[in-house]
Design a binder for this molecule. Sequence first.
Ligand SMILES: Cc1cc2nc3c(=O)[nH]c(=O)nc-3n(C[C@H](O)[C@H](O)[C@H](O)COP(=O)(O)O)c2cc1C
Length: 213
Amino acid sequence: MTTDSATIDSLDFPTPAYAVADEVADLLFREARTIGAFTDQPVSDDELAAVYDLLKWGPTAMNTSPLRLLVVRSDEGKARLAAHAAEGNRDRILAAPLTLVVAADPAFHRLLPVLAPHRASMVDALEAQPEQRAGMARQNTLIQTGYLITALRATGLDAGPIGGVDTTGIDAEFFAESGWQSQLVVLVGHRDGVGTPHPRAARLAWSDVSATV
Ligand SMILES: Cc1cc2nc3c(=O)[nH]c(=O)nc-3n(C[C@H](O)[C@H](O)[C@H](O)COP(=O)(O)O)c2cc1C
């Protein structure tokens, strides 16, 4: 397969036998869209805690669980965050009920005695390897971000991930003390109408993205 010969998947979904009900597959994946326009309906801290109570069970390497979240819901916080977003993303951050800054904690290893008791001996080794730790933190945080988006949908919320932000600026603005490293932000709320001006784009087919040996 090359990119030139990709057979783009149609929007007519086949209905094989999944282990979850069709409505669940629709809610989490097939009908879920990336949302940029939200109603004024607030999102409570209890809802966010419920989202986390799902996403936390998704697997990470050695159970490191390095994802950290900054909840930006005040007008002042939104303005501080929007100042570090690409122009096209600023207004959406200001307008959304809240935005989550997804960050990786490179000091995740200090929690290994709790999160991975069988690997607690790794604490000292990782302490001496800051670059490896940062890489592990980033990789596993991005994996957890997928769980986050899916858990938001499972909680009846809509999500709008945005990578077009200045992560260095966000880190200086919000994480100078904690040392967390921002990766992207996710708008959160309830979609206003369809919540996006774009029609759903096609996806690549299984035959285009897979190889078997
Ligand atoms: C990691 C990530 C970063 C993204 N960054 C941006 C962004 O900076 N600006 C934007 O308008 N959309 C951004 N998007 C939205 C994608 O364009 C969108 O999720 C994709 O086109 C699929 O849209 P759909 O879910 O409506 O099918 C981002 C999505 C992801 C997952």
